[in-house]
Design a protein around this ligand. Structure first.
Ligand code: ZN
Length: 99
């Protein structure tokens, strides 16, 4: 059952606009991109994406610009993940538009 925000939009994971931010992209370290909720990451002009480790199943967040080089922080000693879920239901969320 999808979560619905007050304005009626669903909280869905979607692909970004780069090859490495597509849902299903797997990098050389076996980390798969599961998409973004449209939440801003910690890097300039980047969204936070949900990544999952195909080796141990660990799920964490990463900036779109980091997906290609991300390592799992549980089984490959990568760096700490970032928040990829909605910190609030503010107007800055869901700015991942089709424009
Ligand atoms: Zn792992």
């Amino acid at each position: 059952m999808p979560l619905i925000s007050p304005d009626g939009s669903e909280f869905v994971l979607r692909s970004g606009d780069k090859p490495t931010t597509q849902i299903g992209y797997v990098n050389a370290n076996r980390q798969i991109c599961r998409g973004t909720f449209g939440v801003y990451g910690t890097d300039h002009n980047q969204y936070a994406y949900r990544l999952e480790c195909l080796d141990c199943g660990y799920v964490y967040g990463a900036n779109g610009s980091d997906i290609a080089v991300r390592l799992c922080l549980k089984c490959r000693r990568g760096v700490e993940g970032i928040q990829y879920w909605l910190p609030d239901i503010g107007p800055k969320a869901f700015k991942l538009t089709d424009t």
